[in-house]
Write a protein that binds this ligand. Structure first.
Ligand code: IPE
Ligand code: IPE
Ligand code: MG
Length: 245
């Protein structure tokens, strides 16, 4: 995931939706779709490496997903644990830094151990970043940032955007340039609320287990056709006429 190219997003976030529908269409339980979803993460991470996308954030489990049937939650947790255990050596070998955004409480002690091990082991890797959003909620992240500010006794007049941004789960990650949501729903479902203020959003009908490198390339091509204004006036609009008045 090295080699920065101006036309390639530096950070992509993905709301990986549609595993349940993918499985249901095949007459299988949701867990079957989640397993296929893990294979899609591997493909897309490799695609990011190949295309020069430095950071990838994947929404794996939201703070609201605990409300799903117990058997599905249990199968998901088992899958995350097993995947982390299986993939860590390979990720480390490829120089990928793994970070995990989300609340640790609520996760089992063995899951927490697995996470801490993966994070610590890959902490000095610089080829790319995989941010796994697990037990993650954008609102919870902001609540946790505010709690830290209060705990540190930061006075109100010193609280600005950078004070909040520096207390998010992974403060050194650049904001996502592009957020992709698979499976057709046009909503953010509590993903990276603070960081997505100026992200380009792309919704595709493709279900997450079907998403591959070609879909990633198409998403980046779409991203490249966008004009990002960040609230301002781009040069070409100024050049075109009276927009400066
Ligand atoms: C996304 O797929 C994966 C998680 C939320 C863990 P879903 O399981 O939400 O898939 P659908 O929406 O039921 O198709
Ligand atoms: C968003 O998908 C969460 C993850 C991808 C982990 P959901 O399936 O939970 O979102 P909603 O319920 O359709 O908004
Ligand atoms: Mg869903």
């Amino acid at each position: 995931m090295q080699g920065l190219d101006a036309s390639v997003p530096r950070h992509i976030g993905i709301i990986m939706d549609g595993n349940g529908r993918w499985a249901r269409r095949r007459g299988h339980p949701a867990s079957f779709g989640h397993r296929a979803g893990v294979r899609a993460i591997k493909r897309v991470l490799e695609g990011c490496e190949e295309l020069g996308v430095h950071a990838l954030s994947v929404y794996a489990f939201s703070t609201e997903n605990w409300s799903r049937p117990r058997a599905e939650v249990r199968a998901l947790m088992r899958l995350f644990h097993e995947t982390m255990q299986r993939e860590i050596d390979e990720m480390h070998r490829r120089g990928v830094r793994i970070v995990v955004s989300g609340r640790r409480d609520g996760l089992s002690p063995r899951m927490r151990d697995r996470i801490e091990e993966a994070v610590a082991r890959t902490a000095r890797n610089t080829n790319g970043v995989l941010n796994v959003c697990l037990n993650y909620g954008g609102r919870a992240e902001l609540v946790d940032a505010v709690r830290r500010l209060v705990k540190e006794g930061v006075p109100a007049n010193q609280i600005d955007e950078s004070a909040i941004a520096s207390r998010l789960y992974v403060p050194d990650l650049p904001d996502p340039d592009l957020i992709i949501r698979t499976a057709g729903e046009s909503r953010v479902s509590n993903f990276l609320l603070w960081q997505s203020a100026y992200s380009e959003l792309l919704v595709t009908e493709t279900l997450w287990p079907d998403f591959g490198v070609e879909d990633l390339k198409a998403a980046i091509a779409d991203y490249n056709s966008r004009i990002r204004r960040f609230g301002g006036r781009p040069e070409h609009e100024l050049a075109a006429g009276n927009a400066s008045r």
